[in-house]
Design a protein around this ligand. Structure first.
Ligand code: GTP
Ligand code: MG
Ligand code: NA
Length: 344
């Protein structure tokens, strides 16, 4: 009961998987957007971030009747590219996250970047859920828009159910060959963490989306209790630096813990050394909109984690002075780390 009153931050969830398994489309389906349709060649080439307020998650999962069990303020989802040349972005994305969703195409099973993603997740010791996407591609699938997956499967003809079972069994075997035990999530009643949960989904008509959302949030809450407690230590990673029309130089970041205020001094790594500047404006897209897509931004005086944020910051003028100051600050910080750490 006490958890309800504890100050929690939103879990950060990274979406990983082979190219064209439907990572962006799954997010589009939840957001009611068409980000994927605007991508060059339908290929994601950047990391994205979308914040889902908990009210929206409650609304989208209400058929599963679990409204009492959600305590976090929301859910921050990081989209990554699946194309083989963006391995660095997959690594960056998963280094930011508390949990991950690994998307697999039910018609194709485990592919090259599925295995690569598994290895990244192993390295980061990140827990994950498997979205078995494109169930509507099973021959004869009857659409049940936005239905929980158990309900959608019940509506299918016998031969569709049989194809589903055969493909599921095959993919479970493929994961076993990678040393990973998996199970259809609603058969894992005890939430046994020696198994990775599989949630069948369709990103076009939304079957299984309520299940995926609810399981991700509940799993994060249950398994990462300590880690989700809000702390004042700022944890913030840069996704991209670019000029945004009307806002000058901006830095897209993921704030994973702590609080940022307008006017705060910030230090980032630059090619020629540290860059010291301050936050001129704190901008976010509207809830359920993608940070990497140009849109009207909301202005904030302060923002608490977790959030995807666009920081507008003047370029570090008086470079030398600010660099010297940054060096001094980093030296202090290093001292502190040396004193406190056992070899960080
Ligand atoms: P990258 O980011 O480029 O790695 O791809 P992605 O994993 O984000 O996949 P994306 O969302 O771009 O979808 C790839 C293609 O699959 C698009 O043409 C989608 O419309 C299609 N697609 C995605 N999900 C589904 C699904 O559930 N069912 C069907 N039939 N098509 C889907
Ligand atoms: Mg994509
Ligand atoms: Na794609």
């Amino acid at each position: 009961k006490a958890e309800k009153f504890m100050d929690l931050r939103s879990p950060v969830c990274c979406i990983l998987g082979h190219v064209d398994t439907g990572k962006t489309k799954l997010l589009d389906c939840i957001r009611c957007t068409n980000v994927q349709g605007g991508e060059a060649g339908g290929i994601t080439q950047q990391i994205g971030a979308t914040f889902f307020p908990i009210e929206n998650i409650r609304e989208k999962t209400k058929e599963l009747k679990a409204d009492a069990a959600l305590h976090v303020p929301g859910f921050l989802v990081i989209d990554t590219p699946g194309h083989q040349s963006f391995s660095n972005l997959r690594t960056r994305g998963s280094s930011l996250c508390d949990i991950a969703i690994l998307v697999v195409d039910i018609m194709r099973g485990i592919q090259a970047q599925t295995i690569e993603s598994l290895n990244i997740l192993k390295r980061h010791k990140a827990d994950f859920i498997i979205a078995l996407n494109k169930v509507d591609r099973l021959f004869g699938w009857k659409r049940c828009p936005n239905a929980p997956i158990k309900k959608a499967l019940k509506q299918q003809a016998e031969d569709v159910k049989m194809e589903f079972d055969a493909r599921l069994t095959d993919i479970v075997t493929q994961f076993k060959m990678q040393g990973i035990n998996t199970v259809l999530y609603y058969r894992n009643k005890e939430m046994d963490c020696t198994y990775k949960n599989i949630v069948p989904t369709c990103a076009i008509s939304g079957e299984g989306i309520p299940d995926l959302l609810l399981l991700s949030v509940q799993w994060a809450q249950k398994k990462l209790k300590e880690r989700l407690i809000f702390s004042n230590n700022v944890e913030c990673s840069v996704l991209e630096v670019k000029v945004t029309e009307g806002h000058g130089t901006t830095i897209d970041v993921v704030l994973a813990n702590g609080l940022l205020r307008e006017g705060d001094q910030i230090v980032t790594c630059g090619m020629q050394g540290p860059i010291v500047t301050h936050i001129r404006a704190l901008l976010t897209p509207h809830p359920m909109k993608e940070l990497r897509v140009k849109c009207p931004y909301q202005h904030h005086k302060e923002i608490k984690a977790s959030q995807g944020i666009k920081i507008s910051a003047p370029p570090g003028h008086d470079q030398e002075k600010s660099v010297n100051k940054a060096m001094a600050e980093m030296a202090v910080l290093m001292n502190r780390i040396d004193k406190n750490s056992d070899g960080v």
